[in-house]
Design a protein around this ligand. Structure first.
Ligand SMILES: CCCCCCCCCCCCCCC/C=C/C(=O)SCCNC(=O)CCNC(=O)[C@H](O)C(C)(C)COP(=O)(O)OP(=O)(O)OC[C@H]1O[C@@H](n2cnc3c(N)ncnc32)[C@H](O)[C@@H]1OP(=O)(O)O
Ligand SMILES: Cc1cc2nc3c(=O)[nH]c(=O)nc-3n(C[C@H](O)[C@H](O)[C@H](O)COP(=O)(O)OP(=O)(O)OC[C@H]3O[C@@H](n4cnc5c(N)ncnc54)[C@H](O)[C@@H]3O)c2cc1C
Length: 616
């Protein structure tokens, strides 16, 4: 199909090599080539062809995705893939923006076995689980409790005579609920999204399991019922750490899809007039459209950068824990908590903005933006609700303030809290990314000190930490967000500095995005910078001018920057986001193919007849 002339023109501009940026995003040219190979292994294999999942009912969707997910597993085994990124490539190429039915087995059942099973148990369960010879799920949440784990009601009573645990969900609120990939007991019914996953309920009534079913690498129960505590009790929470550490990159992936669709479509879509008589401009030439999409484009790159960094950090910490070193578990937990919370929340807001920026066609499943949205938005609740996780980060920051007062060294990711920040020089309208980073770190430091002073005062008054925290939860959450933004901006600046050395032209365009991310973050909290007397009104006016100027620099690069995400059309599955920009013809073809247009609308005639017969 010929290339849409608008997109063809967009691709003649630009100042950097798109392919080199794709290689950087993938982690090197070889990884890009391997990703292309794996995608083709799926896209050319007829077993992965099937009905357009956007036209399917919940039951049909589940069946089709289960069929495909089994094919994904076979393909992954056939190609002897064990790298999680490569496995995810095969999975994403097949799932058409859905979450597959066996995802929880991979991300929530295998991980705890890896982390908490002893060698014997690994042989018995982990090896067959990795081969899908046993399929598992993660049944923690109950009808009455999800966030408050210490409030869970399920019982496991030890029967010393039979060396068994007797499992019971003694009350209705104890029924296990939301259990992804939970088979045989029951599905909790239709949901907002996640149609490909059978989130189930599980009632336990005197279910007996052998003593050695308790994963024993961390804690164990001896034959006489004595409980041997794990060296570090918090490691039992570790099974929730893996998914949280991965979800920032999942957020980046989903936001990258949404901005690819919105930016390509905004170049194809012509609407209204700027200069009368000069034809309808591309909607991406409107400053308001740029103001919607360019900060999100910058955010997608920022989130990808910090998502890769978080996964590396987490894997290092897990290796340390496997060797018995727990000193970085707390930092890993609060980084994963903060990044998972902030990134997934801003991602679902961003996907919605992308959908709105495509007008009516964004509301059609032909765009796939609604599919990406309803499947992504769960990530702000699942695996730790947003506020719950931000509070974890906030409590850690309050401890950092005490550590600072006591001269205890801080973890590297919060070292900036010990730095002194002088009020910024007068800013003009081309503030560099390092100055923007300093400002964002300054705000986080000041906010942490400010919140800590309130919590301390409350603690003095009540002597109760939970009460003190509960009275200031709103500003504690804001404090955790401010810190997390400092972590994101630091990762982005660090990566862009590195790329400026290795590939100056790519680095330059990414530094523009980094400035857009930083300026947008500062303008979103401009009042704090005035209140803390770090910036003046003139500074804020200047960076507002800078932002609009940055948009003009990014405009000619925008399509190339989303091309660099390198989504194959069959993976993106969006008519608005097609690489060739042939939207209208394919929208019409897709609509005509809808089963709704094929069904004999007998019902229509039947009921309208009634109206006529009723002689209204
Ligand atoms: C081939 C594969 C392809 C895959 C493709 C990828 C596609 C992916 C698509 C998306 C998939 C997403 C799937 C989602 C599935 C969802 C699953 C679930 O939802 S499972 C259930 C999740 N539930 C939760 O997260 C519950 C949240 N609540 C808690 O974690 C706890 O209740 C709490 C931490 C909020 C409170 O704990 P509590 O003990 O009550 O009190 P404290 O806050 O004092 O914590 C005690 C202590 O522990 C430390 N801590 C807490 N959590 C952790 C942790 N996780 N790791 C390490 N340490 C932890 C905390 O800091 C405290 O420390 P202290 O020093 O004492 O202060
Ligand atoms: C798509 C999806 C898949 C899931 N898959 C699984 C799975 O496979 N296995 C599993 O075990 N679970 C699963 N879950 C459940 C998930 O882990 C819980 O929904 C999540 O932990 C939130 O708990 P909750 O639903 O009890 O919400 P609640 O904790 O009841 O939250 C309700 C509100 O109360 C607020 N709140 C609660 N506690 C506090 C507090 N201390 N301070 C301030 N505010 C508070 C929250 O911020 C929120 O606004 C899944 C959920 C979803 C949506």
């Amino acid at each position: 199909m010929p290339m849409n002339p608008d997109l063809e023109k967009e691709r003649q501009g630009g100042t950097f090599d798109v392919e080199q940026l794709t290689h950087i995003l993938d982690g090197g040219r070889d990884k890009t080539l391997k990703r292309h190979f794996l995608e083709q292994e799926v896209l050319k294999d007829p077993v992965f062809r099937g009905p357009d999942t956007r036209f399917l009912s919940r039951e049909e969707l589940f069946g089709e995705l289960l069929r495909k997910h089994v094919a994904v597993i076979k393909k992954t085994q056939e190609l002897s893939i064990d790298d999680i990124n490569e496995a995810s490539t095969i999975y994403s190429a097949a799932m058409n923006n859905n979450v597959g039915p066996l995802t929880l087995h991979s991300v929530a059942f295998v991980a705890p076995l890896d982390l908490m099973a002893d060698d014997e148990q690994k042989k018995k369960w982990l090896i067959p689980a990795k081969k899908y010879e046993i399929i598992g799920c993660y049944a923690q949440t109950e009808l009455g409790h999800g966030s408050f784990i210490r409030g869970l009601e399920t019982r496991a009573d030890y029967d010393v005579n039979t060396q068994q645990f007797v499992l019971n969900t003694p009350t209705e609120t104890a029924i296990k609920w939301w259990v992804g990939g939970c088979v045989a007991v029951g599905d909790i019914g239709p949901k907002f999204g996640f149609g490909g996953v059978d989130n189930g309920y599980l009632c336990l009534n005197n279910v007996r399991i052998p003593r050695d079913n308790l994963l024993a690498k961390t804690g164990k129960v001896l034959e006489d019922g004595t409980y041997v505590k794990p060296e570090n009790p918090k490691v039992v929470y570790g099974s929730m750490l893996g998914i949280r550490a991965a979800l920032p990159k999942v957020g980046a992936y989903n936001l990258s899809k949404a901005v690819t669709i919105a930016i390509r479509y905004s170049c194809v879509r012509h609407q209204s007039e700027i200069k009368p008589g000069c034809g309808e401009p591309q909607v991406l030439d409107y400053q308001t459209q740029q103001h919607k999409l360019f900060p999100l484009l910058a955010t997608a790159y920022a989130f990808h950068t910090v998502g890769v960094w978080m996964l590396d950090f987490h894997s290092t910490v897990m290796n340390e824990i496997n060797e018995g070193h727990y000193h970085r578990l707390a930092e890993d937990h609060v980084l994963a908590a903060g990044l998972k919370a902030v990134i997934n929340w801003k991602t679902h807001e961003g996907i919605e903005i992308c959908r709105f920026s495509c007008g009516g066609h964004g509301y059609s499943l032909a765009s796939s933006l609604p599919v990406i949205y309803v499947n992504h938005v769960a990530n702000s609740t699942a695996e730790g609700e947003t506020v719950i996780l931000l509070l974890q980060t906030a409590v850690y920051l309050m401890k950092c303030v005490i550590d600072l007062e006591q001269g205890t060294p801080l973890d590297p990711s919060v070292a900036y809290l010990d730095q002194s920040f002088s009020k910024s020089e007068q800013w003009c309208s081309d503030v560099d990314m390092h100055s923007l980073l300093k400002a964002i770190q300054f705000r986080s430091k000041k906010f942490t000190e400010y919140v800590s002073s309130f919590v301390k005062k409350e603690l003095m008054a009540t002597g109760n930490q939970q009460l003190a925290f509960n009275k200031h939860k709103v500003i504690l959450v804001e404090c955790a967000k401010a810190h997390t933004e400092a972590v994101i901006m630091n990762a982005f600046v660090t990566k862009v500095d590195e790329i400026l050395q290795s590939n100056p032209s790519v680095g330059k365009v990414l530094s523009l995005l980094c400035q857009i991310y930083g300026v947008t973050e500062i303008l979103a909290h401009s009042g704090d910078y005035i209140q803390y007397e770090y910036l003046r009104k003139i500074d804020l006016d200047n960076i507002q001018d800078q932002l609009f100027k940055l948009y003009t620099y990014i405009r000619p690069e925008a399509v190339l920057l989303v091309d660099a995400f390198d989504f194959h059309d069959e993976v993106l599955k969006s008519i608005l986001g097609r690489y060739d920009g042939q939207v209208y013809e394919n929208m019409f073809k897709w609509a005509k193919a809808s089963p709704f247009n094929k069904q004999d609308q007998g019902t229509f005639r039947k009921y309208i007849q009634q109206l006529k017969q009723a002689k209204l």
